[in-house]
Design a protein around this ligand. Structure first.
Ligand code: NAP
Ligand code: GCO
Length: 265
């Protein structure tokens, strides 16, 4: 096999919400594989911090301020990137939020905000990049799904609804645009140590692990939280020509959580 199939040399990758966290790790890995990195964040301050963080690891990333829930802002971003950097070959819909609120206490406004960022925005950004991908002869779209694309749990109704919908949006984009050599797949991370999950890992006042931390370790055969870098290889694979016949697939990178009933107490 020609291992160059895993190269992203000459490709432009847009990773949304990638100043830090999972997006930063995925973008850095794609840069290591040869891609030119474009990322966005909501605030200029975070974009500047992100550009500096990429520079620290030797990556000249192109950072833009853009709220992915705004269709006008996203269309403006894509036009600017195409002008200043080049046509987007790889899109990673990574930007996301979570609100952990029991459903009966959750306002419709809060529910809608999570759906807006985690489901509507991936639709908006994919819709903005697909026309140029078609013109160019193909492209790669990777949606960052979740364990909650398959499972529910208390307090995450909006997030689970969004990530379940994102799984099906992934399959639908694959179905509708596969004929144009566009592959759309998902990555479903397990529990990854990032700012988003920091509240679930806080050390308790008595110095013990957070109950949720203990719960997740018992549910994970790998017996550890994932690191954002655990997603690097899967992301490069799905962004490369090595996965040209993989379409509509959700690749779970979860240490085995979805396969495991959980450790007997
Ligand atoms: P994170 O640390 O909270 O980072 C999320 C990123 O998205 C931040 O850079 C944030 O920017 C950005 N963002 C949020 N709303 C945005 C908007 N409207 N427009 C543009 N950027 C926006 O989260 P993470 O843990 O890295 O997660 C990244 C993705 O992986 C999310 O989709 C998440 O649902 C998913 N995921 C995470 C885990 C996990 O265990 N961590 C597991 C499965 C899936 P600001 O800082 O400006 O808000
Ligand atoms: C939660 C966590 C999870 C992770 C991730 C798991 O509160 O349950 O935040 O939702 O973020 O999505 O795959």
């Amino acid at each position: 096999m020609d291992m160059n199939a895993f190269s992203l040399k000459g490709k432009v990758a847009l990773v949304t919400g990638a100043s830090y966290g999972i997006g930063f790790a995925i973008a850095s890995a794609m840069a290591d594989a040869g891609a030119t990195i474009v990322f966005n964040d909501i605030k200029q301050e975070l974009v500047d911090k992100g550009v500096a963080a990429y520079k620290e690891v030797g990556i000249e990333a192109h950072g833009y301020v853009c709220d992915v829930t705004s269709e006008d802002a996203v269309n403006e971003l894509v036009a600017k990137v195409e002008q200043e950097v080049g046509v987007i070959d790889i899109l990673v819909n990574n930007a996301g939020i979570i609100k952990r609120i029991p459903m009966l206490e959750m306002s419709a406004k809060d529910f809608r905000q999570v759906i807006d960022v985690d489901l509507n925005a991936p639709f908006i950004v994919a819709k903005a990049v697909i026309p140029s991908m078609i013109k160019k002869g193909g492209g790669k779209i990777i949606n960052i799904c979740s364990m909650m694309s398959e499972l529910g749990r208390e307090t995450v109704s909006a997030y689970a609804a969004a990530k379940g919908g994102l799984k099906m949006l992934t399959k639908n984009i694959a179905s509708e645009y596969g004929q144009y050599n566009i592959q759309c797949n998902g990555i479903g991370p397990g529990y990854i140590a990032t700012p988003q999950t920091a509240p679930l890992r806080e050390i308790q006042p008595d110095g013990s692990k957070h109950p949720f931390d203990q719960f997740i370790l018992a549910k994970t055969p790998a017996n550890r939280w994932g690191e954002a870098s655990d997603l690097s290889g899967p992301a490069v694979f799905l962004a490369s020509s090595a996965s040209d016949f993989v379409n509509g697939h959700i690749l779970y990178v979860d240490g085995g959580i979805l396969a495991y009933i959980g450790k007997q107490p």
